[in-house]
Design a protein around this ligand. Structure first.
Ligand SMILES: Cc1cc2nc3c(=O)[nH]c(=O)nc-3n(C[C@H](O)[C@H](O)[C@H](O)COP(=O)(O)OP(=O)(O)OC[C@H]3O[C@@H](n4cnc5c(N)ncnc54)[C@H](O)[C@@H]3O)c2cc1C
Length: 130
């Protein structure tokens, strides 16, 4: 996909977890020709609630962690394997770790979160974040 030949400024989704991928699915078919670009550094979406089934061999890895490239062609978005390091809100651009600058019409940031240990002493050392 040639990013210089897009018909209009894209909707850019940063992060392809539940938030980003659900947004891509929700927008599917609702836009005339506005391209959707999903950016995630990982090549695969991981359906985390199914990790147990992967370990117990009830599901296969392609079912639990499909490749974004395959999802993109099935769902009609453009996938970029990149890490966004900065958002230039004034010029409506995201900048990635490989110096790619991508203009957007709308931006969705869904990069997950970090665990809040609520200041409880010892928790971050002795507990597993979920
Ligand atoms: C084992 C397990 C089981 C779970 N079971 C359930 C359940 O049964 N029900 C439930 O509701 N929830 C469950 N959860 C929680 C659920 O998976 C999370 O709430 C959900 O994944 C959060 O989605 P998200 O899109 O906010 O973030 P994430 O899924 O964390 O996605 C964030 C994405 O952003 C990308 N990203 C981060 N930084 C950048 C950047 N700078 N540039 C580009 N991309 C970036 C990451 O690579 C990642 O793909 C479970 C979690 C785990 C670990």
């Amino acid at each position: 996909m040639d990013l210089n030949n897009l018909k209009s400024l894209p909707i850019v989704l940063v992060g392809g977890g539940f938030g980003g991928l659900s947004t891509a699915i929700a927008l599917r078919g609702k836009l005339d020709c506005t391209p959707i670009i999903l950016i995630d550094p990982s090549p695969r979406f991981v359906f985390k609630p199914f990790l147990y089934e992967l370990l117990s061999d009830e599901l296969k890895s392609w079912e639990v962690a499909p490749k974004y490239s395959i999802l993109a062609s099935e769902l009609g978005f453009i996938y970029l394997q990149e890490t966004v390091i900065r958002v230039d809100q004034d010029n409506r651009k995201v900048i990635t770790s490989s110096d790619l600058e991508l203009e957007y019409s709308q931006l969705v940031v869904s990069t997950g979160l970090t665990t809040d240990y609520f200041g409880i002493k010892g928790l971050s050392e002795h507990a597993c974040g979920f």
